[in-house]
Design a protein around this ligand. Structure first.
Ligand code: C2E
Ligand code: CA
Ligand code: CA
Length: 644
């Protein structure tokens, strides 16, 4: 507000300054014109007077020669008709006056030769009388001279008229320029207002944009002096917006964002300001309230309103959002810390799954600090090659042979001890760290598999490597895979990449392209954690995969519960010509049921915990030997349930 009024007074000042400058320019131009005109008028008067004086000198030469004063007087009297002539004096050759004519009321006695000499210049800038002299001659003999005095009254009158005209013209010009300037100012103000509006508003949704959001929040925080009043911030991030964009197109994506903007605005109902922070992220700055729960209420209502199905591009789709909220002063005293707190809550909402509303708490902040600490430590560990790889064996259910191993990362921190990949992998996935970590895992796993393959020429045991979404999106991913294969000498058919279904669906276009290129190169692909995401195999079949890995959550309920689901998954996989791997097999009953149901491969603590490369090579040796002696079969793992 203050900024706007100060810019307005600055504008007014500029207009006034411009008008003053125009005024000064007009006055200076008028003065120059007046001076020029004065010189021109005087010069014309001088020329006229000189002509009159010469004519008189010629006409009076005979009268002077014959001392005929009467005829001289007649000649001079004719000058009455010339309005500017004030007096004419005729002098003899010896400078004695012969006769003089003067207009009524004018005394010509004051004329002396000194005055005459000083005023005779034609272009003198003076408004005094003009004195001119003409010589009276007869046949080359000088008889005397005529002095004519012309009054400048006329010049003064003309100049006055001219000045009046100029004054009127200047006032007119000033008036016109005031009008023009006012109109210009109006146009400039309108254009500025338009620009300001564009700079503050999101063009797609017409909500205030990120910049305005921060300005409003700062202003609100500045005004919220009373420590008993609560000001809140709600951050909203749509779930799976990328999927809508990828599957229905960008037009539908835009329509969805506009729909969300409308839903948010009506859900908030004037209790706060809705802004679009960019992409599929929205924010609500909740007005000051005496009620501590006001922010929470808005957050829940917004979440509820967003759940209602929307018609986008003719299709009914349901949107959900992850929502995090925080309130002032508990969660932060300035805009930066309040936004950071709400962001921490939003992060938690996203990790808990879709359609969650989470409020900021001290525990969340501690977890965020731990994440930041672990990320810094993990970065060092990745750079220093301090992560280990372990291999969890996979067995063929039909003949019990060892067919592969899943490479899993291990991190032992000097102070924290063993940090679970379930904790540090999501941290790495939040930054580009996962790309470096994944690249190193890929290289080492390929080298390891090449080593165990070299141990046994006649067995082919593949290595499975987990791939994160960010890795898959990285433009160099396919090249990284091919380079790892080339460097290790591992056959592409012995490398399997595990991708999770939610990653595939969220990055459908890129994923399809990358997967096709990898399949062309001969690399195997599998869908990890199958059943936890979209679970539509007919949909997932569009992806060129070889294997699906049934998620541990289904296997752990076997054989008492969940049989129909696992049976359905197995038959679906087989009907699409895919192999099924059961993950997390923990006991003999589960294994027996899976073998009976026709599962292709098993992996779990019961059959083998993740182990070091040396132990895995020893296990492989045992299996190769057993195969030779014909005693091969799935060997229950003695160390169950510990993992390496
Ligand atoms: P995942 O890909 O589902 O890997 C299987 C996880 O289940 C492993 O946990 C493994 O140790 C565990 N597991 C295997 N058998 C059993 C069992 O019988 N019972 C139980 N309860 N658990 C079993 P881990 O090693 O803690 O890894 C957790 C997750 O971390 C992995 O889940 C994977 O998503 C991720 N991860 C691990 N290493 C990497 C990696 O190198 N790159 C990427 N991108 N992700 C990795
Ligand atoms: Ca996996
Ligand atoms: Ca898995």
């Amino acid at each position: 507000m203050t900024m706007r009024s100060s810019s307005r007074s600055a504008e007014r000042l500029t207009v006034h300054a411009n008008l003053v400058s125009v005024g000064i320019a007009l006055v200076v131009a008028s003065i120059v014109l007046l001076v020029y005109q004065a010189v021109a008028f005087r010069s014309a008067l001088y020329d006229d007077a000189s002509l009159q004086a010469s004519v008189i000198a010629e006409n009076v030469s005979a009268s002077l020669m014959f001392d005929d004063e009467a005829s001289m007087t007649d000649v001079l009297r004719s000058l009455r008709r010339v309005p500017y002539v004030e007096s004419v004096s005729v002098y003899r050759d010896d400078n004695r006056i012969f006769t003089r004519y003067a207009r009524a009321g004018i005394s010509a006695e004051h004329i002396d030769e000194g005055t005459l000499a000083s005023t005779e210049h034609r272009t003198t800038l003076s408004l005094g009388d003009v004195y001119v002299r003409a010589t009276i001659e007869h046949k080359g003999h000088k008889l005397g001279h005529v002095v004519l005095v012309a009054t400048s009254d006329l010049v003064r009158r003309q100049l006055l008229q001219y000045a009046c005209f100029l004054g009127v013209a200047c006032l007119g010009a000033l008036w016109v320029s005031t009008l023009v300037m006012r109109r210009m100012r109006r146009r400039v103000t309108e254009a500025e207002r338009e620009l300001e509006h564009l700079a503050r508003t999101d063009p797609l949704t017409s909500l205030s944009n990120r910049r305005t959001f921060y300005e409003t929040l700062e202003a609100r925080l500045g005004a919220a002096k009373d420590p008993h009043r609560h000001l809140g911030l709600v951050l909203i991030d749509l779930d799976d917006f990328k999927t809508v964009n990828d599957t229905l197109g960008h037009g539908a994506g835009d329509e969805l964002l506009q729909h969300v903007a409308r839903v948010l605005t009506s859900a908030v109902r004037g209790r706060g300001i809705v802004s679009r922070m960019g992409g599929d992220e929205f924010a609500v700055t909740v007005e000051c309230s005496w009620k501590r729960s006001a922010v929470e209420e808005v957050a829940n209502e917004v979440g509820h309103a967003l759940c209602q199905p929307a018609i986008i591009d003719g299709d009914e789709i349901s949107v959900t959002a992850s929502i995090g909220y925080a309130s002032f002063p508990e969660a932060g005293h300035d805009s930066g810390s309040l936004v950071a707190s709400a962001d921490i809550a939003l992060y938690e909402a996203k990790t808990r799954g879709k359609n969650m509303v989470v409020g900021f708490s001290r525990e969340l902040m501690n977890a965020a600090h731990r994440r930041a600490y672990l990320e810094a430590e993990l970065r060092k560990a990745v750079d220093g090659g301090a992560l280990d790889l372990v291999y969890q064996p996979q067995f063929d259910c039909r003949n019990g042979s060892l067919v592969g191993a899943e490479a899993l990362t291990r991190w032992t921190h000097r102070d924290e001890g063993v940090v679970s990949p379930a904790e540090f992998i999501p941290i790495a996935e939040n930054s580009d760290l996962i790309v470096r970590l994944g690249r190193s895992v890929l290289q080492r796993a390929c080298v390891a598999a090449a080593t165990w393959c070299a141990d046994h020429q006649n067995v082919s045991v593949r290595v499975a490597v987990n791939v994160s979404a960010r890795q898959l999106r990285h433009p160099a991913f396919v090249d990284d895979v091919l380079a790892a294969l080339a460097a290790s000498g591992l056959a592409p058919g012995l490398l399997e990449l595990e991708l999770t279904e939610s990653h595939l669906i969220a990055n459908r276009e890129t994923a399809l392209d990358v997967m096709n290129r990898l399949r062309t190169a001969g690399v195997l692909l599998s869908i990890d954690d199958f059943g936890t995401g979209y679970s539509s195999l007919s949909y997932l079949h569009a992806f060129p995969v070889n294997t699906i890995k049934i998620d541990r959550s289904f296997i752990e309920r076997l054989p008492e519960h969940g049989q129909p689901i696992v049976t359905a998954i197995l038959s679906m996989a087989h009907s699409f010509g895919l192999d099924a791997v059961a993950e997390g097999v923990e006991d003999a009953k589960q294994l027996a049921w899976l073998m009976e149901a026709g599962c292709d491969v098993v992996q779990g603590y019961f059959t083998g915990t993740p182990m070091s490369i040396d132990r895995f090579r020893a296990l492989l040796r045992e299996h190769a030997l057993a195969q030779q002696t014909g005693t091969s079969g799935i060997i229950a793992n003695d160390e169950h349930p510990q993992s390496a």
